[in-house]
Design a protein around this ligand. Structure first.
Ligand code: ZN
Ligand code: ZN
Length: 261
């Protein structure tokens, strides 16, 4: 199983010569094996993902803030009839999911009612999505703390486990449940948008700090933590300084990075 980072910027895509290294695309991660592709969110980074019609393709939405949804209609492979794709979220049922996505990519916000004619795309309840993939996969969801709601996911196959926890404002009341959910993961993707200092004035914005990610890592038995949802104003130079100060096993997400589980 491999994890590909297609986008790890928070809130809004950025384009700047000072942000080339970590990238400007918003949240999109892909888990890929010989049989399947699972996407965590479709921020602007989703436009660069190559969907293979011979694989089972599942898109899991944490929630529907712009930075996690805006790339969905910009992936040219999704628009091909042979690319059968399931879209799901633990946050809403299939009917509501269908409504949200069709509304977002229609009329007022988008030039075409693009999801009206995509017969290859199926909106599924999360329980159906859990059963959709080949036998041997285990997909679980966990409620996160974020304005409007958000869900994290874990995907396990052949003793390899990847956990995605974006977007989330970490609280001590969720600590035990979150630690249990992330236990023995090979990779945990952590929302580390803010520094601890910045977080003081960003209570209620729905994001955690890098430092909380470091503390979380020291409390659980997991392979590595990837810190993502980088603040849109954070330059490569600033991220390099932060990255160099992180303990072993904690890394900053980067566009285009491929990690083997
Ligand atoms: Zn976000
Ligand atoms: Zn959000």
């Amino acid at each position: 199983m491999r994890l590909i980072t297609h986008g790890c910027r928070g809130s809004i895509p950025v384009s700047s010569s000072e942000m080339m290294k970590y990238g400007g695309n918003t949240t999109c991660f892909e888990l890929i094996t010989d049989e399947f592709q699972i996407f965590f969110d479709t921020g602007s980074g989703f436009q660069n993902a190559i969907l293979n019609p011979n694989k089972e393709i599942l898109v899991l939405f944490s929630h529907f803030h712009h930075d996690h949804l805006q790339g969905l209609a910009f992936n040219k492979y999704l628009l091909k009839p042979e690319t059968k794709t399931f879209i799901s979220s633990a946050l809403v049922d299939s009917e509501e999911l269908n409504k949200i996505i069709r509304r977002y990519f229609s009329g007022v916000f988008f030039p075409l009612d693009i999801f009206d004619n995509l017969d290859n795309v199926t909106f599924s309840n999360f329980s159906e999505a859990q059963r959709t993939l080949s036998v041997g996969f285990n997909i679980e969801a966990i409620k996160l703390n974020h304005p409007g709601g958000s869900y994290g996911y874990s995907v396990t196959k052949d003793d390899k486990k990847c956990v995605f926890l974006c977007d989330n404002e970490f609280t001590t009341s969720q600590a035990d449940e979150l630690k249990n959910f992330s236990k023995n993961a090979d990779i945990v993707i952590w929302d580390g948008m803010f520094t601890e200092e910045e977080l003081k004035s960003k209570t209620g914005w729905g994001h955690s700090s890098l430092e909380q990610g470091v503390e979380f890592f020291s409390d659980i038995n997991c392979g590595q933590i990837i810190i993502s949802h980088h603040a849109p104003y954070r330059t490569d130079a600033e991220l390099d300084i932060i990255g160099n100060s992180l303990p072993n096993g904690i890394h900053l997400a980067k566009d285009g990075q491929v990690l083997k589980l």
